[in-house]
Design a protein around this ligand. Structure first.
Ligand code: SME
Length: 169
């Protein structure tokens, strides 16, 4: 069992601990799906005010649902569609304060009010996007975005299938 107790007084410290925990949780494990599953659980437990947290994987140029926490979600998203597809097509993070004002937003859970999607790239390849949804308008700000970019950079090799054999545990 893994015990990560992330308790922080401020957002910077919260993300610092989250990124360290994400790194420790995925170190040496080559299975991308297992790592995404544990990361979704870790993020879900660590960040307040989320109603969905997880991954869409780039499967031959289409986003396909990966491990997540939250309500059942749409399975396939074409590049360029919705917030996730926009992040995948542009490879730019998407910080959406009000999803109802985002043209083409795909409403998987009607409770979602704001969203942050960050592309995860390794060796110039788009591996997946990290998608965070909140029931609160403007839940995410530039600080969340910048730390989620750092998180994505740290975990990218662990999701790209490039890690070698798992260590003896
Ligand atoms: N809202 C996303 C779809 C995925 S769900 O939020 C889990 C979008 O517009 O791409």
């Amino acid at each position: 069992m893994y015990e990560f107790k992330i308790e922080a007084a401020d957002k910077t410290e919260l993300y610092r601990q989250l990124i360290e925990a994400a790194d420790a949780l995925t170190a040496g494990e080559p299975d991308a799906i297992a790592n995404m599953a544990n990361l979704a659980a870790l993020i879900w437990e660590s960040l307040p005010d989320l109603n969905w947290a997880g991954f869409y994987r780039n499967v031959e140029g289409e986003l396909v649902l990966g491990p997540f926490q939250g309500r059942a979600a749409c399975i396939r998203i074409p590049f360029g569609k919705g917030v996730c597809g926009t992040a995948a097509a542009t490879r730019e993070p998407q910080l959406v304060e009000d999803v109802h004002a985002f043209p083409g937003h795909i409403a998987c859970d009607s409770a979602s009010a704001s969203e942050l999607v960050v592309p995860i790239e390794h060796d110039a390849r788009l591996i997946a996007v990290l998608d965070l949804d909140s029931p609160r308008v403007a839940r995410f700000d530039a600080v969340d975005r910048d730390f989620c970019i750092r998180l994505a950079q740290r975990i990218a090799p662990r999701l790209a299938g490039v890690e070698t054999a798992p260590p003896q545990r």
